[in-house]
Design a binder for this molecule. Structure first.
Ligand SMILES: [Zn+2]
Length: 317
């Protein structure tokens, strides 16, 4: 196992001071604003988001954002939840490499993964996502902007915008970064209807986006049946490591998926039983899945929404 190399603001500042002392090199103050990232495998960097909802203080820094550095260019995988966080991620990339940022990939539509896209416009990358991402983002754009502005505040949200993918992925597709490739695989409806997973060929690192939640309660915005079925398949994959959309920087299959599988299976079983007993949605939201309460962060913020989505899906089966 390679020990993740931590690159913190402090390290940048220290490096900056060392550079300032050198007569040939000048300290670049821009790096002081870089997001904290770790090199989890050679050329693979991950920034870990907080287990919080959007606020002026966290500036939408609530999801994991990654980048992969090849000999010819860089691919960004998710951009965090605001333009200012996207800028910090870009600074972290620039502290590591000057290679062109060729691709900005979004694993799905949620605001905490896409609102940093705008920070990369200056690089003129190809924006990449599941072929259903553009439609989903188009439909949700207005409500995402309104909600994010309200939660983070107008000033923090400034510069953030919805940028639609210019490359939609309908079948497994390979992107070339030089000495390594990324395999992009669109998934059937599960966490959302536009989940995309990415494998780095060189290190066999698998980026699962929000198909994998750890610590942070899963959020259901697609199909609970589809998600449970997909978890069975994903658990059979062989990867050196997986990067969750929320959770630690890396985890191991198949056990990484266990808590999420247990949560979704519990919600589905409870909701099915309550429907069979003739209970209403409002009754279900008071009991279904509450045995999971202590197992997750942000349970109070998302659980009732998950039960509501599961109920709407399962009452018609
Ligand atoms: Zn997310």
């Amino acid at each position: 196992m390679c020990t993740p190399k931590l690159i913190s603001r402090k390290t940048f500042l220290k490096a900056g001071l060392a550079l300032a002392a050198s007569p040939l090199l000048r300290y670049s103050p821009a790096f002081a604003d870089a997001a904290e990232v770790s090199e989890v495998a050679p050329g693979v960097f991950v920034h870990q988001g907080r287990y919080e909802v959007q606020s002026p203080e966290n500036r939408g820094d609530m999801s994991n954002a990654s980048f992969v550095v090849g000999s010819e260019g860089v691919a960004v995988i998710d951009t965090s939840g605001s333009e200012v966080m996207g800028e910090e991620l870009r600074e972290a990339i620039r502290a590591v490499t000057n290679k062109p940022i060729k691709y900005v990939i979004n694993t799905h539509m949620h605001p905490d993964h896409v609102f940093g896209n705008a920070a990369f416009k200056q690089d003129n990358p190809t924006y990449v996502g599941h072929y259903k991402l553009a439609r989903a983002l188009g439909t949700r754009a207005e409500s995402y902007i309104t909600a994010s502005k309200e939660m983070m505040g107008e000033k923090v949200f400034e510069g953030s915008e919805i940028i639609l993918p210019t490359l939609g992925i309908k079948e497994p597709t390979t992107l070339d970064l030089g000495d390594r490739t990324l395999l992009l695989e669109p998934q059937p409806t599960a966490h959302t209807d536009n989940d995309l997973i990415i494998t780095d060929s060189k290190t066999n690192t698998l980026f699962l986006g929000d198909l994998l939640f750890s610590v942070h309660i899963p959020t259901l915005d697609g199909s609970i049946k589809g998600w449970l079925a997909l978890i069975d398949q994903l658990g059979q994959r062989k990867a050196a490591r997986v990067v969750p959309g929320h959770g630690p920087k890396t985890m191991q299959l198949p056990e990484a998926l266990d808590p999420e599988q247990r949560y979704l299976a519990t919600v589905a079983a409870d909701v099915r039983r309550l429907i069979a007993e003739g209970k209403t949605l409002s009754e279900a939201t008071k009991t279904a899945g509450f045995s999971e309460k202590d197992a997750w962060k942000l349970f109070d913020q998302y659980h009732v929404r998950n039960v509501t989505a599961a109920f709407a899906e399962l009452e018609w089966e």
